[in-house]
Design a protein around this ligand. Structure first.
Ligand code: NAD
Ligand code: ZN
Length: 265
């Protein structure tokens, strides 16, 4: 079976999306829990997670992120995250993890910073909204336990400022109307990995964002192995099937257990 090709020499790149954290209770963007009400209007995450929304209503967008951050902090890494940490141990230099998740659960589960590219940022950090510098900082204490709909107090708002220039600070995440770059999001490094990898394993991603899909197409286009783990059909499962790869139809933790079994031999 072609899953055995995972054992060929070369780098195996794992690409994770919101689906791997679904088993930790963090909603994906596609489920109904993602919606957010501002005044009389209901927003879809893809409208709110934009620079445009932030520039129109920064306090509302911050309230949404601070709530989401509380959800992420309360969550625990699940069996799928643990398997990826074990796979890093097993594969060593052959391992790379590119994640679209901003929840920080891969690092909490034990994957190393060097081997984990957070290509959409990390919700625990903030940075300058007018790009006066490229630094990002951890959100200080006092922002925990935001309830749904709760807005930051005046005291808290005063902290959501760039420490360098005092402009608004913003969450350190990539928004839907923004572009990837190398310095902030490791764009070129991720593409470089897709050019070299012997296999790409996508886990729990719907393929709505650009870089992951590019990586899938690069790998499949070269005839390297594409494995997709997802309970639902999506662009990666289709690409995998069209290119002689494998769709492991099911939950992230189940599919990763199969991958681990093959790699352990
Ligand atoms: P998405 O919400 O668009 O899609 C999630 C995918 O996961 C779907 O294809 C779904 O079928 C699949 N899925 C659901 N449960 C699963 C399970 N148990 N095992 C495996 N797969 C499962 O998410 P996306 O493709 O990651 O992209 C949307 C954007 O949302 C990204 O920019 C990402 O940064 C952001 N996001 C991040 C988080 C997080 O950090 N946990 C959560 C929501 C959204
Ligand atoms: Zn600044």
């Amino acid at each position: 079976m072609s899953l055995q090709r995972l054992r060929d020499p070369g780098m195996v790149v794992f690409l994770s999306g919101a689906g791997i954290s679904a088993e930790s209770g963090i909603p994906t963007f596609r489920g109904p829990e993602g919606y957010w009400t501002v005044g009389a209007r209901e927003y879809h995450p893809q409208e709110l997670a934009t620079f445009h929304a932030f520039s129109q209503m920064p306090e509302e967008v911050w309230a949404w992120y601070l709530y989401r951050r509380s959800v992420c902090q309360a969550a625990q890494p699940n069996a799928g995250h643990s398997l990826l940490a074990d796979l890093e141990q097993l594969l060593g230099e052959r391992f790379l993890l590119v994640t679209q998740n901003v929840d920080g659960l891969h690092l909490r589960a034990g994957n190393s910073r060097e081997k984990t590219y957070e290509v959409h940022g990390n919700i625990d950090y903030y940075r300058c909204a007018v790009n006066c510098c490229t630094e990002h900082w951890p959100l200080s204490q006092g922002f925990e336990d935001f309830a749904k709909g709760q807005k930051a107090s005046a005291e808290q708002l005063a902290q959501l400022r760039c420490p360098r220039c005092q402009a608004w600070a913003r969450p350190h995440v990539l928004w839907f109307d923004e572009c990837y770059d190398e310095v902030t999001y490791r764009y070129e490094s991720s593409r470089g990995a897709a050019r070299q990898a012997v296999a790409l394993v996508s886990v729990g991603t719907s393929g709505v964002t650009n870089l992951p899909l590019q990586m899938g197409r690069m790998v499949a286009g070269r005839g390297a192995l594409l494995v997709d783990i997802n309970p639902e059909s999506n662009p990666f499962s289709q690409l995998a099937q069209e290119s002689g790869g494998v769709w492991l139809r099911g939950k992230a933790s189940q599919g990763l257990a199969q991958v681990m079994q093959v790699l352990k031999g």
